[in-house]
Every structure is written in structure tokens, then in C-alpha cells.
Write a protein that binds this ligand. Structure first.
Ligand SMILES: NC(=O)C1=CN([C@@H]2O[C@H](COP(=O)(O)OP(=O)(O)OC[C@H]3O[C@@H](n4cnc5c(N)ncnc54)[C@H](OP(=O)(O)O)[C@@H]3O)[C@@H](O)[C@H]2O)C=CC1
Ligand SMILES: O=C1O[C@H](COP(=O)(O)O)[C@@H](O)[C@H](O)[C@H]1O
Length: 454
């Protein structure tokens, strides 16, 4: 295998300690990345490599394997916004690389730093436009609105070729989200009924129990709509609602996802924003903040396949449980309507967290002599059946970048249309109501829509 050099900008942050370093050390142990891998961790803080790794182990709250990482990581103190400080980085990379080395430049920083850091990477000639061995990786959020996202993108295109750019949405690396296309298109029973004549509604839910944790500064300028819906929820929606792609190659799949994102609308009277009790007392949150930590939206995908079907989107922090799930509810049959029996509608659960899997809700006769009916679930738990450990989203994404596979990364027009939609919603957003727990929100949604979000 070729040599690999990964340079992390923002290496002292939460993402690097909790996600990137654990994923990279696992890929290394499993020999998925080369024996000759060098991870260059850039930061402003006064560390040497040992003290940096000690701090990362402390921050990660997981069993980060320092022995493995010591072999791979080199910490370099450098202010990434200052081009004059790039020389030691350029020299270090030159020392290690040969003509075939795979080079990844990972921007684990907020979008406000993307332009300056990209400019510096370009100006210091770390990345040469069009060089296939060099890739540059951007975290979400990609901008904070449509205008800033466009500016960032135009700037990137002036420095790099699109083939070199990877825009991350880590939900796309999750096992069950990767599995959506397989479930839909490789199963006759689903693909033939995947339209508005049989699907009654779709619910896309991402609930969290944590609050803003240490990310208050960023979160308060974003809120649930921009932090979660703009990226993760709209990505899930587009995979559920898209038409059959011409092929499963990256560009064909993205073309279909974009068609969904282009045709979104929402019901402005059926939107609910909430803010958890205690949010205003969190460190670094202004005491008059109106930022929503919960959002519920009724949206529509105005394509021939899905016209008229509500897609309910819901996400929030400090809720009753950590759960990400997509629920597809089917229409009743004529017989179901006619029979005087306590029947349930069929539902397909696409379970993303805490355990990946699929569940199908059916009506069934109670076994034995009675004629009663019961609701049963056919369940397939991927995690319970996986051989070996399930890979974390970031392992899969990093490996795909290493191997030049772009399907699980977002193309610019997906981001553009997603922002376009979010901006329309944002204009109609009302002040959030306070919530102590999920029950009150659930009740409110039931009153507004007649729907239970489960
Ligand atoms: N954390 C997560 O779970 C997730 C994060 N993301 C995204 O990943 C990105 C990073 O997130 P996260 O790690 O949580 O953020 P943090 O705030 O924890 O870390 C940001 C990093 O940027 C560095 N930085 C900021 N300004 C400079 C500068 N001028 N020069 C050098 N370094 C600088 C900080 O260094 P210093 O310590 O010196 O300030 C720190 O290492 C964000 O875009 C976020 O939205 C996406 C999904 C999940
Ligand atoms: O991107 C983000 O995602 C996390 C939730 O991710 P998950 O994999 O734990 O479901 C969210 O907490 C964070 O606010 C957001 O920026």
C-alpha cells in the first residue's frame, strides 16, 4: 500500500479526540490503512506529541490506544490561520512523502475558518490543483447560510478540483443509512410500494439526551434547524424519497438526491420550535437567546412519486432518549378499513441509533383458539448479527476517502438546495417554547397533526 499522510487542522478539538483519532487507530490496527501512516496534528496549544496524546486520551472518554497512536501521530504547534507559520508543516510533509503518497488534509474546524485555511493550504502549495493523490476534507456545517456556503464553495473551486474535495455528513457513514438503498432497491416488496399510493407518511427522527455540551458558542448561532435538519435529516429524507438512480455510482445517486432537495416545501403552520429548560443557564449562552434546541416540521416532497405524502422531521436535544429512526407508515388496505378489528397500519422502521436495523410492523392472528388480532414486529438487528465490531461512521468515511470513493459525501448542489430550503423555513420560524421533557412536545405535535412521533 502507498504511504498515507493525514494532516488534521483543528486537532485539539472534540471531533478529533472523540471520532477521528479512534477511527484512525482502528483502521490502522485492522490494516485498512498503510503501515506507513503519519498523522500530523496541528494546533495552537503548547504540546509535544506525548502531552498532546495524553490530553486527547483524557478528552476522548474512550479507551484511545495511545501506544498505537504514538507510532502514528506527530503534533505540530501552528496557528493554521497564519500562512507564515506553514513552513515546518510543508517541510515535514516533504520529508515523508514520495511521488505515490496519499495525502489527506482534514479541516476539523468551524466553517468560518474554511476560507482562510484553504487559502493557506493553497498558497503554501501543500495541495496542487487536480493532484489525485491529494484530498481535502470539510466537516459540516458547510457555511451558516446559503450565501456563506456559496462563498466557501466558490473559494474552494478556485483552489481545488471538485474530485479532491470531500464534504462530510457523518450520518452517511452510519451502517443503516448506507443500507437504505439496499433495503429499498434490492427488495421487490419495498420498491414496488415506495410511492404516494401506498405510503401514508414518513417520520424522520433524531433525538438526543445530551444538551449543547461544550459547543455552546457554535450551537447558539446555529440551532437545531441548521445543525441537524440542514444536513443529517435532509440527507436521510433524500435517500428515502429519491427515484431509482440510473446506476449506483456516486454521481447518479447524487443526481436523484438533488431532485428531492429541489422539490421540498413545508407547512409553515405546522412547525414547532422548542428550547430546553436550563439552556439559558449553560456557559456562553446569552440569557435572552431564542435559539431552538428542538424543531418539528411537516414537509412535502413535490415529485410524482411522493406528492402529497407528509414527511415529518423532528430533532432535538435533552429529550427522553438517544434515538435516530425513520418510520415509513403505509396506507390501510380496503379490507383493513372494512373489518371491525383493532388493526394497526404497517410500518417499516429504519433504525439508525442506538442499534442499527430494520423492523416491520404487521397484523397477525393471536396463536391458539381465539380469533383475536395482535400487532407484531419482525425485527432484524444488524449490530446483533454483525461479525466482529461494527464500524463507526468515521472509520467508513475515512477509509472511503483513502480509497477515493465519493458516494457517501455530499456534492455542492445537495448542500446548495438544502440551504435554500432551510432559509425558507428559517424565515417562518417562531420563538421556541420552553420544554422540560419530551412528553409536552409530543402532546403538542399530536394536537397539531394528529400524529404520534413513534
Ligand atoms: N464534535 C463533533 O462531534 C462534531 C463536529 N463536527 C464539526 O467538526 C468541526 C470541528 O468540531 P469540534 O472538534 O467539535 O470543534 P472544537 O471547537 O472542539 O474544535 C475546534 C478546533 O479548531 C481549532 N482552532 C480554532 N481556531 C483556530 C486557529 N485560529 N488556529 C488553530 N486552530 C484553531 C481549535 O484549536 P484550539 O484548541 O487552539 O482553540 C480546535 O482544535 C466543526 O465544524 C463541527 O461542526 C461535525 C459533526 C460532529
Ligand atoms: O452533527 C451533529 O451531530 C450530532 C449527533 O450525531 P450522532 O451521530 O450522535 O447522532 C449532534 O449532537 C451535533 O449537535 C451535530 O452538530
Amino acid at each position: 500500500m502507498k504511504k498515507l499522510i493525514i494532516t488534521i487542522f483543528g486537532s485539539t478539538g472534540d471531533l478529533t479526540s472523540r471520532k477521528l483519532l479512534p477511527a484512525l487507530s482502528k483502521l490502522f490496527v485492522e490494516k485498512q490503512i498503510p503501515e506507513e501512516t503519519l498523522i500530523i496534528a496541528l494546533g495552537r496549544k503548547e504540546y509535544d506529541t506525548d502531552s498532546y496524546l495524553k490530553q486527547m486520551k483524557h478528552n476522548s472518554a474512550s479507551d484511545l490506544d495511545s501506544d498505537i497512536l504514538k507510532k502514528l501521530v506527530k503534533y505540530l504547534k501552528l496557528d493554521i490561520t497564519d500562512l507564515k507559520q506553514y513552513k515546518p508543516l510543508v517541510d515535514l510533509i516533504q520529508e515523508h512523502k514520495d511521488s505515490k503518497t496519499r495525502e489527506l488534509y482534514y479541516l476539523a474546524i468551524g466553517p468560518e475558518l474554511f476560507p482562510i485555511v484553504s487559502t493557506n493550504i493553497n498558497a503554501s502549495s501543500l495541495v496542487e490543483m487536480g493532484n489525485k493523490n491529494q484530498s481535502i476534507i470539510f466537516e459540516k456545517p458547510f457555511g451558516h447560510d446559503l450565501k456563506s456556503a456559496k462563498e466557501i464553495n466558490e473559494m474552494l473551486w478556485s483552489c481545488f478540483d471538485e474530485k479532491q474535495i470531500y464534504r462530510i455528513d457523518h450520518y452517511l457513514g452510519k451502517e443503516m443509512i448506507q443500507n437504505i438503498m439496499m433495503v429499498r432497491f434490492a427488495n421487490r416488496i419495498f420498491e414496488d410500494i415506495w410511492h404516494n399510493r401506498t405510503i401514508k407518511n414518513v417520520k424522520i427522527i433524531a433525538k438526543e439526551t445530551d444538551g449543547v455540551l461544550g459547543r455552546a458558542g457554535y450551537y447558539d448561532t446555529s440551532g437545531a434547524l441548521k445543525d441537524m435538519v440542514q444536513s443529517h435529516l435532509l440527507q436521510m429524507l433524500s435517500l428515502i424519497a429519491m427515484d431509482v438512480p440510473l446506476s449506483y455510482f456516486s454521481e447518479d445517486v447524487k443526481n436523484e438526491k438533488v431532485q428531492v432537495l429541489k422539490h421540498l416545501s413545508f407547512d409553515k403552520d405546522l412547525m414547532l420550535c422548542g428550547q430546553y429548560d436550563g439552556y439559558l443557564e449553560e456557559d456562553n449562552i446569552p440569557n435572552d437567546s431564542k435559539t431552538e434546541t428542538f424543531v418539528f416540521l411537516k414537509t412535502f416532497v413535490n415529485t410524482p412519486r411522493f406528492k402529497g405524502v407528509p414527511f415529518y422531521l423532528m430533532t432535538g436535544k435533552k429529550l427522553d432518549q438517544k434515538e435516530s429512526v425513520i418510520i415509513i407508515e403505509f396506507e390501510e388496505t380496503n379490507e383493513q378499513r372494512k373489518w371491525d378489528l383493532p388493526l394497526s397500519t404497517n410500518k417499516l422502521y429504519i433504525k439508525i441509533a442506538p442499534l442499527d436495523g430494520v423492523g416491520l410492523i404487521l397484523n397477525s392472528k393471536v396463536p391458539g383458539l381465539r380469533d383475536d388480532v395482535e400487532t407484531v414486529e419482525l425485527e432484524y438487528c444488524i449490530a446483533c448479527n454483525a461479525v466482529g465490531n461494527m464500524s463507526e461512521a468515521y472509520e467508513k468515511l475515512l477509509l472511503d476517502i483513502h480509497n477515493h470513493h465519493k458516494t457517501l459525501f455530499t456534492r455542492w448542489d445537495e448542500i446548495e438546495y438544502a440551504w435554500h430550503f432551510i432559509e425558507q423555513v428559517d424565515k417562518d420560524k417562531k420563538d421556541p417554547i420552553k420544554y422540560k421533557n419530551f412528553e409536552a412536545l409530543e402532546e403538542e405535535i399530536l394536537n397539531m397533526t394528529g400524529e404520534k412521533m413513534k
